[in-house]
Design a protein. Structure first.
Ligand code: PLP
Length: 444
């Protein structure tokens, strides 16, 4: 398949009919930015039910790491499915789960021995982390960051502070969660300049939270996305994560790195923590780990995994077919795709920064590897958020055959499959250029 190639008005007749059926029976809580109805995909190209092809720079929300239906992943799935589909790795043993735990022990950004717990999603990995840190420390409270996203189950959503709608009407959420400002360097929460920053935003934890709200000896863990995903693809400075690590060690607090979106090669390293020399105590992983099969993993320092049999488990977690897909995914990432994410990511970033010179609506271009955010503003000085314009740009790109997603209030995210080629990156840049011109012809 080649793309993009738009042959019908969007949505086409078959897509329209499908969306009507969906509207009658599927939960209205889902957020659909535009009417794309998938028929099939290959690599970074997807085709809709009307035969239109698109370049996919969304990857099912940063999931299809090896591209759509990579033959190695499909083969691993089919072979495992032919042997057995399920046995429950919590009650019985099977090799794919053991091998995957061995792989996680090799690759997780955790010092020393590592053990892994398997669930089916990012939110379940977060729940497992919340439960383990409480269990092992005997402390109940957790600190997370404003703008963060950790999932939507009641424990994880208590950590999440991405959009108010995600919490509205669902309370009371899991108690004992406090939020600190994240290092958003384009909009520094403590109004400093990146060049002289010593991560003063972290002072909030020691000067405010520990003084007014909760004693550090009652805090089990701090949970952080090494690069904040849903919050707008925010890249913190090295000192933010290093100071955070020092702070947690000083107070005997565990550090949980949520690598659900930033992990599995997306940033040009296996984990974003590696860019910062950050060793976490626990790591949560999902999305890209199994190329689209549902799998969530919570890996922790082996000495922390002291919860007894029966304390936590999941019927489907570590499903053999998903584990096989994850093993094939990790092999592909290690072989070539992490390197590709780094190289093509640098190419895409350079192209987008080039556009920033010509489109005043672009306030900031940031990211690592193929995790890139472009923040749109109405005014370079005031940095007024161009939220409606962002939505319009995403829509205009869709109509031209490139799938993008928003992130945060006014950023566009580029999170394509890690198989993206430089030629495809050029198409994405060109279409983005056209979309920006359509939405903001004379600049902002
Ligand atoms: C950083 C992060 N953590 C956790 C999650 C939750 O993952 P899931 O939707 O698989 O529950 C997400 C999903 O976007 C995420 O970006």
């Amino acid at each position: 398949m080649t793309g993009p190639d738009i042959k019908t008005p969007l949505p086409g007749p078959k897509a329209k009919a499908m969306i009507e059926r969906d509207g009658a029976v599927v939960s209205p809580s889902y957020t659909r930015s535009y009417p794309f109805v998938m028929a099939r995909g290959e690599g970074a190209i997807v085709e809709d039910v009307d035969g239109n092809t698109f370049l996919d720079c969304a990857a099912g929300i940063a999931v299809n790491s090896t591209g759509h239906s990579h033959p190695d992943v499909v083969r691993a799935i089919v072979e495992q499915a032919g042997r057995f589909l399920h046995m429950s790795g919590t009650d019985f043993y099977y090799e794919p789960q053991v091998r995957l735990a061995e792989q996680m022990a090799e690759i997780a950004p955790i010092d020393g021995g590592v053990r892994s717990f398997f669930g089916n999603s990012g939110t379940e990995a977060a729940e497992a982390a919340i439960k383990l840190v409480r269990h092992v420390t005997g402390r109940q409270n957790i600190i997370a960051f404003l703008g963060s996203f950790h999932g939507r189950t009641l424990g994880a959503v208590a950590l999440t502070s991405s959009k108010a709608i995600q919490r509205q009407g669902f309370g009371p959420l899991t108690p004992g969660v406090y939020h600190a400002p994240y290092a958003d360097c384009y909009r520094c929460p403590v109004k400093l300049e990146p060049e002289s920053c010593a991560a003063e935003c972290l002072d909030f934890i020691e000067d405010q939270i520990f003084v007014h709200l909760v004693s550090p000896e009652e805090v089990a863990a701090i949970v952080v996305e090494p690069i904040q995903g849903e919050g707008g693809y925010l890249v913190p400075p090295t000192q933010f994560l290093q100071r955070l690590r020092e702070l947690t060690r000083r107070h005997g607090i565990l550090l949980v790195a949520d690598e659900v979106q930033s992990g599995m090669g997306r940033t040009g390293r296996m984990f974003a923590c590696e860019h910062y020399d950050l060793e976490a105590d626990l790591v949560t992983v999902a999305k890209g780990i199994a190329s689209g099969m549902p799998l969530g993993v919570m890996s922790a320092r082996a000495d922390l995994m002291r919860w007894p049999p029966g304390s936590h488990a999941s019927t489907f977690g570590g499903n053999p077919v998903c584990s096989a897909a994850a093993l094939a995914t990790i092999a592909l990432l290690r072989d070539r795709l992490i390197q590709n994410a780094s190289e093509v990511g640098a190419h895409l970033m350079a192209g987008l920064r080039d556009l920033a010179g010509r489109h005043p609506i672009i306030g900031d271009v940031r990211g690592k590897g193929l995790m890139i955010g472009v923040e749109l503003v109405r005014d370079q000085e005031t940095k007024a958020r161009a939220t409606d314009e962002r939505d319009a740009v995403v829509d205009a790109a869709f109509r031209r055959g490139v799938l993008l997603l928003g992130a945060g209030q006014n950023s566009v995210r580029f999170s394509p499959p890690l198989v993206l080629t430089k030629a495809q990156a050029d198409v994405a840049i060109d279409v983005f250029d056209q979309a920006l011109t359509e939405v903001a012809p004379s600049g902002a």
